[in-house]
Design a binder for this molecule. Structure first.
Ligand code: PLP
Length: 450
């Protein structure tokens, strides 16, 4: 409980003594001990309150301790805590049905995994067996997970130290109008040139060798980059022309983040495979999966799919997934995301560009936003260099510290102030959080030199 310094000391000590942390030099970190979470907030042992504007790792779509999810897990635990995947199970089947019913026309089935990285691994494996081809095209400025093929497909520095684990992955550039790789001046030009670049990549890599193109529908950690107009439809057309499987990685944006069940539904495009995790049950129990098209499902109709997992379709995770659908409907979660995104965040974001010289661009959709921070609007030089660490990252760390000091945890990355609050957030908390970010941006303005 709050003020219990003994408990706090023990939590911290056990963590430091025994827990090996992700992506970290173990001696250089000091993980924050948390005592309690509820809705859009969590508290440390000293009773300091934080607004969770990163939804943990953008998974906590329904907030901490949602009673609907907690109850579903408790009831399922009392009924049947686990059952192996070769068995037909009520909650596993019910969740698969609901996901398919909310997916693209022609979606046929769901393969459940333990999380997002393995969802991508299995999607690629399906595409390879389906096409008889090996190569995969993935984008720079992407994250697809930390397992073998997923980390190789990742287009950010997290791949660098891991080398090339899967030799059949090739990277290409996607659209990013503010920092255009194609010298485009409008989103339309960006779309046209990005698609031309992709087609050239396909042609030079050998269309008959390419199994899949994988892309985050809206790029997440690497910048909250919604696709430019017509881009996804163009990728779909190239996949059709060359017989390539189109995979949308919706691990971060699936289940409401951008105001649709799945983000691709906002762009009128039909993928062949869709990977999901995080928001499917807000991460209350680990769960991910692949939504599979009729054609790919049929590939494995009379021949075995060579893959599986002990916990595929875990009942506790699936029960929380079914409860997620119920909560989305009962609490009109998608409506909340669209309403707050359009009515509150979009005008606020435009105001930030007008008010803070360090905000070069604001972009986003639903409750998923990024402010691209710069030291010079002319050159668009970022507030901190790409992959900055240590002293070079100081300006950004100062902005983040200002947020935390004021009681808000953002989803910042490199030179960008990003945020992704739980989708059940109310207007009052949202406005309070945005005011904290507004104030913290004055710190970024202090580094402006342009
Ligand atoms: N794909 C995307 C777009 C993600 O954002 C993430 C995680 O952040 C993953 C895949 C990997 O998911 P997991 O950490 O559950 O393996």
């Amino acid at each position: 409980s709050f003020g219990d310094t003994e408990a706090q000391r023990e939590v911290r000590q056990n963590d430091r003594d025994y827990v090996f942390h992700s992506w970290s030099a173990q001696n250089l970190i000091s993980p924050m001990p948390i005592a309690k979470g509820e809705g859009v907030r969590f508290w440390d042992y000293d009773g300091n309150e934080y607004l969770d504007f990163s939804s943990q790792l953008v998974n906590l779509n329904l907030g901490h301790q949602h009673p609907g999810l907690v109850k579903a897990i408790q009831e399922q635990a009392g009924r049947l805590a686990t059952i192996q995947p070769a068995i037909a199970n009520d909650v596993r089947g019910e969740l698969a049905k609901r996901i398919v019913e909310h997916s693209f026309e022609g979606a046929r089935s769901v393969f459940f995994t333990n999380g997002g990285a393995d969802a991508n691994e299995y999607a690629i494996r399906m595409a390879r067996h389906h096409t008889g081809r090996q190569k995969v095209l993935a984008r720079y400025r992407s994250y697809h997970g930390s397992t073998a093929t997923a980390i190789t497909m990742t287009g950010d520095p997290r791949r660098w130290a891991n080398g090339v684990i899967d030799a059949n992955v090739v990277h290409f550039f996607g659209p990013y109008t503010y920092r255009s790789e194609f010298h485009a001046e409008t989103p339309e030009q960006e779309t046209e040139r990005a698609l031309q670049h992709l087609e050239h990549t396909i042609q030079l890599e050998g269309p008959s060798t390419i199994a899949a193109i994988i892309l985050e529908t809206v790029t997440g950690t690497n910048g909250v980059l919604p696709p430019t107009p017509g881009y996804l439809a163009g990728v779909r057309a190239l996949c059709d022309t060359y017989g390539i499987v189109m995979i949308c990685d919706e691990v971060m944006v699936g289940f409401g983040r951008t105001g649709e069940w799945f983000a691709y539904q906002g762009y009128d495009v039909k993928p062949d495979l869709v990977t999901f995790a995080k928001g499917v049950n807000s991460g209350y129990v680990p769960l991910g999966g692949v939504v599979i098209s009729e054609a790919i499902h049929e590939t494995f109709g009379d021949r075995a799919f060579p893959g599986g997992l002990t916990y595929s379709g875990h009942p506790l995770a699936c029960a929380a997934g079914i409860a997620t659908f119920d909560v989305f409907e009962d609490e009109k979660v998608l409506e909340n995301v669209r309403d707050l995104g359009e009515r509150v965040v979009a005008p606020w974001a435009a105001e930030m560009v007008a008010k803070h010289k360090s905000v070069g661009e604001a972009r986003g959709k639903g409750l998923f936003w990024a402010l691209d921070l710069v030291v010079d609007r002319e050159t668009r030089e970022p507030l901190v260099p790409y992959n900055a660490a240590g002293e070079a990252a100081a300006p950004m760390n100062a902005v983040i510290a200002a947020c935390k000091q004021a009681g808000l945890v953002p989803f910042a990355h490199f030179n960008r102030m990003q945020f992704a609050p739980p989708l059940i957030i109310g207007e009052e908390d949202l406005v309070r959080g945005l005011a904290i970010i507004d104030e913290a941006l004055t710190v970024a303005d202090g580094y402006y030199v342009g």
